[in-house]
Design a protein around this ligand. Sequence first.
Ligand code: 4NP
Length: 171
Amino acid sequence: MTRPLTVLAVCLGNICRSPTAEAALQEAAAEAGLELEVRSAGTGGWHVGEPPDPRMRTAAARVGLTIDGSAERVDRVALDDADLVLAMDRSNLADLERLAGSAGIHTPIVLFREFDPAATGEVEVPDPYYGGEDGFDEVVAICRRTATTLVGLLAHGGVDEALAARGSVQP
Ligand code: 4NP
């Protein structure tokens, strides 16, 4: 039995950006008919067990996206289980590379926004936690368009095709 492709979205708290990326990836995979296992986690443990931030849930709901689950902290097992790890910002990426390196894990770890068809050089999903409502809406928009593009690549040529297209996706 083959197991579905598994991707893991990671941010700092696992209550704003990565649960939104997770839901957007699930939405895009369903639309594309791609069987995709999507998980999310945070590099920090402060919010473990909590549901997504209510401001994030509200912004997602504005476009019909439901985000749920409870926050988890990323660990070696989660990294090892994934076929592709998607970091929301450079700080997350550095933390994940350190964790993977210390455990000899070779799962590819990339910035999620390298697949954003509308990114003009910006490769981080901005942290909305200390900002206003607009920031949460922006996270939703980024996650949805990036998820659609990434799922298209995964559906066509798997992780290899996605990795080859990093940073050069077209609108
Ligand atoms: P996230 O946002 O990493 O997108 O889930 C944050 C959540 C919590 C905190 C910072 C960012 N915090 O400082 O507690």
